[in-house]
Design a protein. Structure first.
Length: 704
């Protein structure tokens, strides 16, 4: 038997001393660099804190107000915020009001060193990676944020806030920081600071505020513009209850009081006249476009933005003066006038007239009011015809009346023209010829052409129907100006805009206009439309616009029952549309007949005169530019037409007696392009978007 003896265990292997020393050297290097980095970072932070200047409450509050500038970027149109602020000492603010703010925004204010590391880190990560704003900031940080408020969401911005927060805590007492915050924080309704808020919401001096009122104001601080709105009343009361409960937890009020206190009544909000006069429509339109671009109400009221608009002082002054000079002055009850002017190729709205005073008449006649467009829609049919190879020299039957698809239609004033060229039919706005053209090429092509030019698909009355060519749709003035700018830009559509640039509080560029364009028509087609519309101004129904004294193209429009009158036209520099409508006491459209002492008001009368007065002023100092020559050889009619062919308007089609559309606000105009519609096999024409016409042999044109 053999006994196995296990060998002795091997001695442990020794690591080479050189490897151990190398690892210690590596560890030492890491520690050394870490210490150096910490020292360097600390020194850098200390230096940043040392050189950082603490802005005064007045400087911070002024930086919050959004300013809107004219296109030159130097002169101010107005401000969104009303800059309503009065400084008060902390001792003037009741202690319970101070406690309410602390319960709402920073319950450990008097115990921390200026910032919350967990809250700061959480907000930093959330802002950078999700793009949303996170809470958790201390009052010191919030005051720092007011000083460096921009739209930028970055580590740099957070670092600036942190540096200022540290600086504030090192040189100011807690009471001083709280006082500065309460004098600069935004409470909604244009109120900056607790004193302005007390007067705005309760008509009281801050020293007179109750616990409940103080808690109500504190509840606004988280989202002032959203919380104070009537439709968000529940949000306000819920946040108020959160503040009251917080005060009870902090033992600044008793549990019994927290149950018995009720939410206070506030006074109704009466906006100051910051939007007063004609410029109010400009400010409101800028505000709406910013909201559409993704800015919030708080952005507009808090971020201290500087907006450079597209509005030009010379053009805007000329528009207001031109309307004042040429608009009718008698029998004007219920009269509305809207005008818009656009730079072709860029979409910049250089001038806008929404009404005489935004405060008393907030409906914007240029961007919100609607009215049937009349013959201003005929150029879209012209463009569609040119695309199908139909020229201005083709001959058509201009007799009146004529029947199309069961509908008997007349020319304006029942006038028959006999055989007439398409050019002459354009000059004289011959309805029967344009209906014939639309029937020949297919109404679907006219519909598509109208969309491509810039008339939105959701325009009331914008239906795939043969009467579309006569302007039975009811667009906004700005839509028509935009569509005519497409022709002026030789076929290039540009989305209308009123904003050139937006800057943050540190003058950093946040937005710069880059025109949104697309080709709607070939250059040849657009040039041929421009040629035809020049003849309307030279010898046609728009001859009054010839007084502009430079090459111009345009088209008149007068609609069913004389309920609207238009003139739209352009030079190579500006495309402008003007509309006149009238309403009764209930807001229903009524006839313009009798306005300004005229039996009827056509597009070639007051609208053409206002258009001409404005365009002459807008072009002062600008070179005289010629249109591109017509691509074809076209006979020109030199016999001038009567700009007001007839004083008596006749209905387009005898309709059933149902109400016509009112001039009412609709969504802010943003022309969109839509796919080509499929023509309906059997059109169902309608002279207005709410009427259902019955075919009748009674003759009936209306549009010029």
């Amino acid at each position: 038997m053999v006994t196995r003896v296990n060998p002795p265990p091997r001695p442990p292997r020794r690591r080479p001393k050189r490897k151990i020393k190398a690892k210690w050297r590596l560890f030492g290097s890491v520690v050394t660099f870490g210490l150096l980095g910490t020292i360097f970072g600390g020194a850098l932070l200390a230096f940043a804190v040392a050189v950082t200047q603490i802005p005064t409450p007045k400087e911070v509050a002024r930086a919050q107000t959004t300013i809107v500038m004219w296109a030159d970027g130097e002169k101010e149109i107005g401000r969104f915020g009303e800059y309503n602020r009065t400084d008060v000492d902390l001792k003037q603010i009741p202690l319970q009001v101070q406690n309410a703010v602390l319960a709402a925004e920073d319950r450990s204010f008097y115990s921390h060193n200026g910032f919350s590391i967990p809250g700061f880190t959480r907000a930093l990560i959330t802002n950078i990676f999700t793009g949303s704003r996170a809470g958790g900031s201390t009052i010191t940080q919030q005051y720092a944020k007011l000083a460096f408020l921009t739209q930028e969401k970055s580590i740099i911005r957070k670092a600036k806030e942190l540096v200022l927060a540290i600086k504030l805590e090192s040189v100011e007492s807690k009471d001083q920081i709280l006082e500065a915050y309460l004098n600069t924080a935004y409470f909604g309704r244009g109120a900056y600071g607790i004193q302005a808020a007390a007067r705005t919401y309760f008509a009281l001096d801050v020293s007179q505020l109750s616990v409940s009122q103080g808690a109500a104001l504190a509840a606004l601080l988280q989202a002032p513009s959203a919380t104070e709105k009537i439709e968000n009343r529940d949000r306000w009361t819920n946040r108020w209850q959160y503040v009251i409960n917080g005060m009870a937890k902090l033992n600044t009020i008793s549990a019994t009081d927290s149950i018995s206190i009720t939410f206070p009544d506030s006074i109704p909000y009466s906006s100051a006249n910051k939007f007063g006069g004609t410029n109010g429509y400009l400010l409101y339109s800028i505000r709406q476009e910013m909201l559409e671009r993704g800015y919030t109400e708080d952005d507009l009221n808090l971020r201290g933005l500087r907006v450079v608009s597209t509005f030009e002082t010379q053009a805007q002054t000329g528009m207001v003066d031109g309307i004042t000079k040429e608009a009718p002055t008698t029998k004007t009850e219920g009269l509305r006038i809207g005008m818009a002017s656009i730079r072709p190729g860029t979409g910049e709205v250089v001038a806008l007239y929404g009404g005489p005073d935004y405060v008393t008449e907030p409906l914007n006649n240029a961007t919100q009011a609607i009215a049937q467009a009349g013959s201003t829609f005929k150029p879209f049919a012209l463009a569609a015809a040119f695309e199908q190879g139909i020229g201005l020299d083709t001959i058509w039957n201009g007799d009146s009346p004529r029947t199309f698809g069961g509908y008997t239609l007349n020319n304006y004033g029942k006038k028959s023209f006999g055989p007439i060229s398409l050019l002459q039919a354009t000059e004289n706005s011959v309805n029967t010829v344009f209906i014939d053209v639309a029937s020949t090429i297919g109404i679907g092509k006219v519909f598509d052409s109208t969309l491509r030019a810039g008339i939105p698909a959701d325009t009331p009355g914008m239906i795939n129907d043969i009467t579309l060519v006569l302007g039975t749709a009811s667009p906004h003035v700005i839509d028509v100006a935009s569509a005519y700018a497409t022709f002026a830009a030789r076929g290039i559509y540009a989305k209308p805009t009123m904003i050139k640039e937006i800057y943050g509080t540190n003058n950093g560029l946040l937005f710069q206009l880059s025109p949104e364009t697309k080709r709607a028509y070939s250059t040849q087609v657009a040039d041929e439309v421009s040629f035809a519309l020049q003849q309307v101004v030279n010898v046609g129904t728009g001859v009054r616009a010839k007084a502009i004294g430079r090459p111009a193209a345009g088209k008149t429009g007068t609609t069913d029952g004389n309920k609207s009158a238009w003139f739209a036209g352009y030079t190579p520099q500006f495309a402008t549309a003007v509309m006149m409508v009238k309403q009764d006491a209930n807001g229903n459209p009524i006839s313009l007949a009798g306005t300004g002492g005229m039996k009827s008001v056509t597009g070639g009368s007051f609208p053409a005169l206002m258009w001409t007065a404005y365009m002459k002023a807008a072009h002062v100092g600008l070179p005289v530019l010629e249109f591109a020559p017509s691509p074809g050889v076209i006979p020109i009619n030199t016999a001038p037409a009567n700009p007001d062919p007839d004083e008596t308007l006749i209905p387009l089609v005898t309709p059933t007696p149902t109400p016509t559309p009112t001039v009412s606000p609709t969504p802010t105009p943003t022309p969109t392009m839509s796919p080509t519609p499929t023509p309906t096999p059997t059109p169902t024409p309608s002279p207005t978007e709410t009427q259902t016409p019955t075919p009748t042999p009674t003759p009936s044109p209306t549009i010029t």
